[in-house]
Ligand binder design. Structure first.
Ligand code: SAH
Length: 351
């Protein structure tokens, strides 16, 4: 009867989507269709992970960056950005606090900061690994050499987040300076997977020059790469960047894409991101209700939070880790979900 509704069932059964259906699903204002997509995705997430929402403690270790991505507030050309880097002790303190709060995954994320070379970073990973043998260590430190990824893996890291940003090389070239290469980023993702990491890729929704064609390529890339995690959130303009005046990404597109990704990759780890929470007061809750199953409360020391300013108006910059943890627990409980003390590995991977 309703052909768009049928096509949602088709995505779920075939784990594939056409370019046309993608555009239809993102642009339709038929409330029944929108709700059917959401509910289908939530059904799939429930059947895989139940009502359990997996927690990751995010530690933003450095706001220094040698790159110049046009969208990012921490790009090297932004002279106004406040630069900090956590000391090793500060990182260990964050982990200690996080462990007490029930986190069993620590995500260390930062700009591409040469200070955190292999010697320092491997020492940090080894120390955290030794101290918390029951925890997963996730890194999100951008592009490094295969040797570096291998050394960090050998030191005890388990997972790596590196958004591909866009699966279209020309689009990539419009978001990044000429010295950055789409192929290199994709090569990094393949290297990470070969080494044995659980790998997360992803993209911004509504980044400048994004089209239905580039989004379609993103989804095809996800289907072929089969990441363990997919991070997507709306693009949010950052002041002092070339994209300062660009419109923000749409919350509705982000939510619908979360649902579509859940249908395409039923057991993927899918965070409801801080960027989504920044553009909508219930954005993260909505993300969960659209098929996400991960949240990443901030564990970074409060005095540095506001300076990890990849985009404007980022939420939770004034809170202590414990407040973020309990706030998230409450937010999830209100919508009928439970945050769990668990490493939260991808289904099908033994810890
Ligand atoms: N340096 C690391 C971590 C980058 S920050 C790396 O290169 O992987 C993590 C993600 O934030 C980026 O991959 C990007 O997709 C997202 N991001 C950066 N600027 C943003 C903006 N203005 N709006 C929304 N998301 C942004």
């Amino acid at each position: 009867m309703n052909t768009i509704i049928d096509s949602i069932d088709h995505i779920r059964e075939e784990r594939d989507i056409s370019r046309e259906v993608l555009e239809q699903l993102l642009t339709t204002d038929d409330a029944e269709v929108v709700e059917y997509l959401r509910k289908s995705a939530r059904d799939v997430a429930d059947s895989m992970y139940g009502k359990r929402i997996l927690l990751r403690g995010l530690i933003e270790i450095s706001s220094h960056c040698k790159n110049d991505c046009l969208y990012c507030g921490l790009r090297r050309s932004n002279r106004e950005a406040v630069r900090y880097r956590l000391t090793e002790e500060e990182i260990y303190d964050c982990c200690e606090q996080g462990y007490r709060l029930g986190f069993r995954t620590f995500v260390m994320q930062g700009g591409e900061d040469g200070w955190f070379n292999d010697e320092r970073m491997c020492r940090i990973v080894r120390t955290v690994r030794q101290q918390y043998p029951d925890c997963a260590i996730t890194l999100s430190l951008g592009e490094r050499s295969r040797e570096s990824y291998q050394a960090l893996y050998d030191a005890g890291a388990n997972r790596y987040l590196l958004r591909h940003e866009t699966a279209d090389a020309e689009h990539y070239a419009r978001l990044h300076p000429a010295e950055m290469s789409w192929q290199h980023r994709i090569d990094c993702l393949h290297a990470l997977k070969e080494i044995g990491y659980q790998v997360g890729c992803g993209f911004m929704v509504g980044s400048p020059y994004q089209t239905f064609d580039t989004l379609y390529k993103d989804l095809q890339f996800l289907r072929s790469f089969q990441p363990h995690m997919v991070g997507i959130g709306p693009f949010i303009a950052a002041h002092n960047t070339p994209f300062a005046d660009q419109p923000n990404g749409k919350v509705s597109y982000t939510l619908r894409l979360l649902s579509i990704i859940r249908l395409l990759l039923p057991n993927v780890l899918l965070p409801a991101t801080t960027a989504l929470g920044t553009l909508h007061p219930r954005g993260r809750e909505q993300g969960i209700l659209h098929g996400a199953n991960v949240v990443m409360p901030n564990l970074s020391p409060r005095e540095h939070r506001k300076d990890y300013a990849i985009y404007d108006n980022k939420i939770c910059t004034g809170d202590e880790a414990a407040e973020c943890r309990s706030c998230m627990e409450m937010r999830m409980r209100v919508i009928g979900y439970e945050t769990v003390v668990d490493r939260g590995d991808h289904l099908g991977i033994e810890s």
